[in-house]
Unconditional design. Structure first.
Length: 143
């Protein structure tokens, strides 16, 4: 699905209160050494706008978003799109995009619906250091 971002913009939108989602953000921050992706929390003005534009609930973030080349990816396809952008060996994980949709979605949603119970939840979004804050897209941080 196309979204209103410049073609150069690659963005990862994650639930800033979810421990698992925050772990994905930290993983990407550590391994995306080329700085290909900017970030936004789902709770931010940018995150809220994107969820609404994509017809997703703006208060229940059962899916992360990865926007690459002006195309929005959700669920395991989002993970696959992010992994393709990383150096070896991480692109191997992008092969999950070839799983049948019914299997990908059932796997993803079984974890997503139970993520707070399984991994925990932060009381509020994190407060990033200035170096990390520089990786956030305009409007991608804060509620």
């Amino acid at each position: 699905m196309k979204v209103d971002l410049s073609e150069e913009q690659n963005l990862i939108v994650f639930d800033g209160e979810c421990v698992l989602c925050f772990g994905f953000f930290r993983f990407m921050l550590r391994h995306d050494r080329a700085g290909r992706f900017a970030f936004a929390t789902a709770q931010s003005p940018l995150g809220q706008r994107l969820y609404r534009e994509l017809g997703l609930p703006a208060d229940d973030f059962e899916t992360n978003l990865v926007i690459a080349d002006s195309r929005a990816y959700q669920r395991l396809d989002a993970i696959a799109a992010a992994m393709r952008a990383l150096p070896w060996p991480w692109p191997v994980l992008s092969l999950c995009r070839f799983l049948p949709g019914w299997l990908k979605d059932s796997l993803y949603f079984s974890i997503a619906r139970n993520r707070y119970r399984l991994f925990g939840r932060y009381d509020r979004c994190m407060i990033p250091s200035p170096e990390i804050r520089a990786r956030f897209a305009v409007g991608g941080f804060g509620a």
